[in-house]
Design a binder for this molecule. Structure first.
Ligand code: ATP
Ligand code: MG
Ligand code: MG
Ligand code: MG
Length: 562
């Protein structure tokens, strides 16, 4: 079977201009090069070139997951409510969850992640310690009704994820399964040609303990992380600033109206909250001199309301409203107070989410629930708070830290027994007694990886894929008339016979200039041009990344490429 793909028959329509709504490089280029098309907000169609890249990434992921002994399965994307009700996530996910009803009125959801369903499958299939450990994975479409799906496939509302789950009878077993995944992820991202860091992470809505993220540094990333220029220390700022998570029980309360003028004083705030003006407050969101501010944070930086009053004497304090969050999807709350009280942190996304919902009333004097410690949640829900800023000393070596943006491409968790407890997942132990299973969960954003790779490897001319991921190994261009076309097709057949994946641009009536521009945009790593020296059997081989060109005989070019 010929591997030669002719451009004249390929469904690809390249665009010269960036799509109007595109903000990130990968979004612009993947659309312009004809890899994806937007179907609806955050919902993308993968066209032939894009599907090839997506499949190449999936292949690498599969190979490395299989190599650690994980078994591939495919669980449904359309899921019943009950297991998610049991775990609490039917509610906890809030607006992120796509919920729907069947014809009989029963509740369903489109799976955002599958811990519940995998736990049930293993409960059904594994009954003895002899059946464990087991690692299962799938590459499945996930659904999350993201608030701002605006960076193309980087943040879809429908997207492809590889998710896997490990099931062990012992804590040591879980640590080992986690280590296997961690190593597999390192191999996967290295093979994909991604520059990445492994950072400790908050476990967020997943619950559980140890958790690390794989971050691909890129300007378009929505994560901020600190990176030590001198040693290998790196951490997600969320993890550095909040070393613990808020319990699942935290849910948004109703909107409350403050019976105060638009600019409340510390006294009116305190009265409204039902605390003395000398109280210690945690995580009340207000605006101070126009900046969104968290009054009080847990740990030793908690703020005495009375003292805050003194600090803020000349400042204008206002309550936050929905407008304050409109352009702040990441809900960064910052506070720089006078007199050395300097706090900068990124809130736990869940608190911020609650806050955003509740401030949705968008009136002055609206107070956000779930932001006041003691009333909305307990201080013990936080273990530690460290504040981090650019230039702060690295905890490992003391060098000044750098703050950078990155794309979260993977995330691994030691879940522990959270889901096993929910579903009473036990197996018969060696001693004949039931043993509660301990779990890990591990995700890779397969469709996001396409965009992350594009972000990291593209240049002004267009996309520029590493060979293993590219839609073809070589892009042959017939730059001329019949003679060049004949040579291009002939070389293409030879390359294909040698096992290469070949894309050949033999489109009649298309100028060499347009073909070159398209080749650069599409980003196949090697470009072979049959041009003005075709009569002598001389072609030009160009490296897409370096731009280096060489004139070679056909035979030389073929041996160079194979
Ligand atoms: P983010 O912080 O970017 O919202 P997440 O932490 O919510 O991601 P996880 O629940 O950890 O995501 O899911 C595992 C992986 O799935 C992520 O590491 C990421 O690569 C990918 N992913 C998550 N959400 C999306 C999305 N909306 N579109 C594409 N990929 C996604
Ligand atoms: Mg998310
Ligand atoms: Mg995340
Ligand atoms: Mg994550």
């Amino acid at each position: 079977m010929s591997q030669v793909q002719r451009m004249s028959r390929l469904m690809v329509k390249t665009l010269r201009d960036d799509p109007a709504d595109a903000e990130t490089l990968s979004h612009k280029l993947l659309v312009r090069a004809g890899y994806v098309r937007r179907t609806s907000a955050g919902i993308w169609s993968w066209l032939p070139l894009g599907k090839k890249v997506l499949d190449n990434i999936s292949r690498v992921v599969r190979e490395e997951m299989d190599a650690i002994g994980a078994q591939e399965v495919l669980l449904p994307a359309l899921l019943p409510r009950e297991p998610y009700e049991a775990s609490g996530r039917w509610e906890e996910y809030g607006d992120l969850l796509f919920r729907l009803k069947d014809r009989k009125g029963a509740d369903y959801l489109l799976g955002p992640t599958h811990e519940e369903i995998f736990t049930q499958v293993v409960k059904d299939q594994c009954t003895s310690y002899k059946d464990l450990p087991v690692m299962l994975y799938q590459i499945q479409t996930k659904y999350r009704d993201e608030a701002r799906p605006r960076s193309g496939v980087l943040r879809g509302r429908e997207f492809q994820m590889k998710d896997s789950y490990s099931f062990d009878t012992t804590d040591e077993g879980l640590v080992e399964s986690y280590a296997l995944h961690r190593a597999a992820y390192q191999k996967i991202f290295a093979r994909l040609g991604l520059d990445f860091r492994i950072v400790s992470a908050v476990s967020g809505a997943m619950g559980g303990s140890a958790s690390e993220e794989f971050l691909a540094p890129a300007a378009a990333g929505e994560d901020t992380f600190v990176d030590c220029p001198a040693c290998d220390y790196a951490a997600n700022t969320e993890a550095v600033t909040f070393a613990a998570t808020v319990p699942a029980a935290v849910e948004p309360g109703p909107v409350e109206e403050l019976d105060t003028p638009d600019t409340p004083t510390i006294e009116t705030l305190a009265a409204h909250l039902g605390v003395p003006a000398s109280a210690t407050l945690k995580n009340l969101l207000v605006k101070i001199d126009g900046e969104i501010t968290a009054v009080g944070v847990p740990g030793d930086r908690e703020v005495d309301l009375g003292k805050l009053g003194e600090h803020l004497a000349p400042a204008v304090v206002e309550l936050v409203t929905a407008e304050d969050f409109e352009d702040r999807p990441e809900l960064v709350r910052g506070y720089v107070g006078p007199q050395g009280l300097k706090i900068r942190y990124i809130a736990d996304p869940r608190i911020a989410l609650g806050t955003a919902w509740i401030t949705g009333a968008n009136k002055p004097g609206t107070h956000a629930r779930n932001v006041v410690c003691g009333r909305d949640f307990e201080v013990d829900d936080y273990l530690d708070v460290v504040v981090v800023e650019e230039g702060d000393p690295c905890p490992a070596c003391g060098t000044g830290l750098k703050l950078d943006r990155a794309i979260e491409i993977g995330h691994i968790f030691q879940l522990g027994r959270k889901y096993a407890d929910t579903f009473q997942l036990d197996v018969l132990g060696q001693q004949g007694k039931p043993v509660r299973v301990t779990m890990g969960s591990y995700g890779i954003g397969v469709s996001r990886a396409v965009a992350a790779l594009a972000e990291q490897s593209a240049d002004e001319q267009g996309l520029c894929w590493p060979r293993e991921i590219a839609p073809a190994d070589v892009h042959v261009v017939a730059a001329g008339k019949a003679l060049q076309t004949e040579l291009a097709l002939d070389v293409s057949e030879q390359l294909s016979a040698a096992g290469l994946r070949v894309l050949v641009d033999e489109r009649p009536g298309v100028s060499p200039g347009v073909k070159f521009t398209d080749a650069e945009l599409i980003g196949v790593p090697k470009i072979l041009v049959a041009g003005r020296r075709s009569a002598e059997g001389v072609v030009e081989l160009k490296d897409r990344r370096t731009g280096e060109r060489e004139e070679l005989t056909v035979a030389e070019a073929i041996s160079r490429l194979t």
